[in-house]
Design a protein around this ligand. Structure first.
Ligand code: C2E
Ligand code: CA
Ligand code: CA
Length: 666
């Protein structure tokens, strides 16, 4: 049997018991009434036995009623339903026995009328019991049997024909009762069972519905939690995105707009209805030195200070951005004239020039500004920045603290420069014969004998013609081609010098740029050039301009020391034009100072004290001095009088090609 069936049956049993008890009050009342009727109809009227019988019946009726009361009021909660059932059945059966005793005890002495009445009453009782006890078939049948069989038997045994007929009828009635009770009982059972099954199914449905509801509820809660989490997540994503946007839009160091933000902003400020604009491109001077000598922390704080000053000066600016390292872009509405815009640029530079105090240091930065105007100098931000960038380049060439406005000439120069860069790169890669090395002799001032020669690169291009080294060397430095170009020159120099006896040409000088020297393979490439040509390293001098030491001097110094160990010598070129600290000069392994030709040209005026100072410095450090750019005899005279021992310049010899140089030496 399945669980639900067992359950249902258990409930059916319980129901049956309940049905029995529910009928109890009526049954007790009927029983008492019928018993009283039997006693009243009995003769003799006060038969003690009959009264005793009635007393027993009364007792049992009381028991049955009490049980019914206790059941209805759940007075004995520890009793199982089965126990209630059995108790009830016991009392009912005892009643049945008591009824069954009546005909056995009293029919023999009774009149025929009393016997017939008794039989009728008992038959009626049995009929009533059929309904009242139908919930318990065996109880109904046993009770019916107790009521009918003794009475029926007594009637048959004791009486005449009518009584016998009644007795037989009573027995037949009992048989009919068996059939009827069974049928009633079955339908009661079925009804109960079905109703319980129904209830079970309903309960089951309810439970399932409840479970579904609970699951739904749980689902809703989960959904809510999920939505909450999602909202949370969305919120965080929004916050993160704004953070990212801010980071993406702003320069992390200065908090100014960055390049991409400026490009975005440009869509808004390049608006024909809003009027013309000026784009200022600011490039700092001296920042690299601060960064290199004092470190990035100080460098960063200087950049922040610069940003702050720009912000407080350019209050009317449409946009203010950090473009890159030490470059800033300011976009502002145009003033009433271009002069006013240039004035504004100078005001910006003026704000930067105020010393920046960091710890005990008063740091100074300056800068140059290139200006481009919208709409005349460019259609979009790209063109404007490019124009302003060209202008700042021109400003830098003119010196620090300069402002230049974009002109079409600058664009032309810019275009020429990029073409030259490209052509030069190709010429170097192809070892183009248009790239040649010229030599300019250096003379001993006293003996006028050649003591050295400076190698100077020359470039002839089929379209550009002869391009000045002063033009293409800086471009080669920008493009990085200087390393390869320098290698070409050093190879040629070593080959040429090795082909000339040392007595005729004791040393030879080649110009090297700082970038070249910093290249990791420079040392090995020089070694290779020397050994390949078979040149004594002591005959090779490398010229480095003073300005090369402006940045990262330590690295250069280390490299110079390594080369010096090979026997190579160094000269400081263009001395007096750049930044150099005396302590540095002392530490460098340089044997020669080359006085820049600007001071030679001005030897009768401002150049003289510088030449004198350079000479005493060189004497103090045990260095030799070469005066460059000597164009006139008078200049040579003065220089010699001041103590210069080596001379180089057009007055003595112009740079010449290898063949001419060899011819001069031999
Ligand atoms: P620099 O090293 O100062 O070279 C001397 C420059 O002065 C040369 O110009 C030379 O022709 C010029 N010069 C010599 N005597 C006189 C004179 O009496 N009067 C005048 N007005 N000029 C004179 P150049 O050859 O045009 O070279 C210019 C610069 O290009 C050089 O200046 C040097 O810095 C650079 N340069 C030349 N060749 C090379 C090279 O192979 N490598 C590197 N890195 N730089 C080079
Ligand atoms: Ca030189
Ligand atoms: Ca020079």
């Amino acid at each position: 049997m399945e669980k639900w069936e067992t359950d249902a049956w258990q409930r059916v049993e319980a129901d049956r018991t309940r049905m029995l008890y529910r009928q109890a009050p009526g049954a007790v009342a009927v029983t008492l009434a019928v018993s009283t009727g039997l006693l009243v109809a009995h003769t003799p009227a006060f038969d003690p036995l009959a009264l005793a019988w009635g007393g027993v019946m009364l007792l049992l009726a009381a028991c049955r009623a009490s049980l019914a009361w206790a059941f209805a009021h759940a007075a004995l909660p520890h009793l199982s339903i089965r126990a209630w059932d059995q108790l009830y059945a016991a009392v009912v059966l005892l009643m049945g026995v008591n009824f069954g005793i009546w005909p056995v005890m009293f029919f023999p002495e009774a009149s025929a009328d009393e016997r017939l009445l008794g039989g009728l009453v008992l038959g009626g009782m049995a009929g009533g019991a059929m309904a009242v006890l139908s919930a318990r078939r065996w109880l109904a049948l046993t009770y019916g049997a107790l009521l009918l069989v003794p009475g029926g038997a007594a009637l048959i045994a004791l009486g005449g024909t009518p009584e016998r007929v009644a007795g037989v009828l009573a027995l037949v009635y009992w048989v009919a009762m068996v059939v009827s009770v069974s049928a009633t009982n079955r339908s009661v059972t079925d009804a109960l069972f079905l109703s319980h099954r129904n209830q079970q199914l309903l309960d089951e449905t309810d439970r399932q519905r409840a479970a579904v509801a609970e699951a739904n509820h749980e689902l809703e809660r989960t959904q809510e939690a999920l939505e909450e989490t999602n909202r949370d997540l969305e919120q965080r994503i929004v916050e993160r995105t704004t953070d990212l946007e801010r980071l993406a839009a702003h320069d992390g160091l200065t908090g100014l707009a960055n390049r991409s933000q400026l490009v975005q902003l440009a869509q808004h400020f390049l608006d024909p209805n809003a009027g013309p604009l000026a784009v200022y491109f600011l490039d700092l001077d001296g920042f690299k030195e601060i960064n290199d000598s004092l470190g990035h922390v100080v460098g960063d704080s200087v950049l922040r200070e610069v940003a702050g000053r720009l912000m407080s000066t350019a209050t009317e600016a449409v946009a203010l951005a950090r473009w890159g390292g030490d470059e800033f872009v300011i976009v502002a509405r145009r003033g009433p004239s271009a002069d006013r815009d240039v004035q504004f640029a100078h005001a910006l530079l003026g704000a930067l020039r105020q010393p920046i105090y960091r710890d005990t240091l008063a740091l100074r930065v300056d800068g140059c500004i290139g200006v481009a105007f919208w709409p005349e100098d460019g259609e979009d931000l790209d063109e404007l920045i490019h124009g302003a960038d060209l202008a700042v380049y021109a400003a830098k060439a003119a010196g620090t603290g300069q402002v230049r406005c974009y002109t079409d000439d600058l664009a032309r120069v810019g275009r020429r420069q990029s073409r030259i860069k490209q052509a030069l790169g190709q010429a170097i890669a192809a070892r183009d014969p248009g790239l040649r090395v010229f030599y300019q002799p250096i003379f001993d001032a006293a003996t006028r004998r050649i003591v050295s020669a400076e190698a100077l690169v020359r470039w002839h291009h089929p379209l550009f013609g002869d391009v000045e080294p002063n033009e293409f060397i800086p471009l080669a430095e920008q493009s990085g081609d200087i390393t390869a170009l320098g290698q070409v020159v050093i190879d040629a120099v070593c080959r040429f010098a090795a082909s000339v006896p040392a007595e005729r040409l004791p040393t030879i000088a080649a110009n090297v740029s700082a970038q070249q020297l910093r290249h990791p393979r420079f040392l090995s490439s020089v070694e290779h050039a020397l050994s390949h040509a078979g040149l004594d390293p002591r005959r090779l001098t490398l010229e480095l301009t003073e300005s090369a030491f402006a940045t990262d001097a330590e690295q250069l110094e280390t490299m110079m020391h390594r080369l010096e160990r090979l026997g190579i010598r160094f000269a400081i070129d263009d001395f007096g034009t750049g930044y150099s600290s005396l302590s540095y000069l002392q530490r460098l392994p340089a044997r020669t100072l080359k006085i820049d030709r600007a001071f030679v040209a001005a030897i009768d005026g401002t150049g003289r004290p510088i030449v004198e100072a350079s000479l005493s410095l060189a004497a103090a450090f045990g260095m030799e001095v070469i005066a460059e750019g000597v164009e006139e005899a008078s200049q040579a005279e003065v220089l010699v009088a001041l103590g210069v021992t080596r001379l180089q310049g057009y007055f003595l010899a112009r740079p010449m090609d290898e063949d001419a140089m060899r011819a001069l030496l031999l």
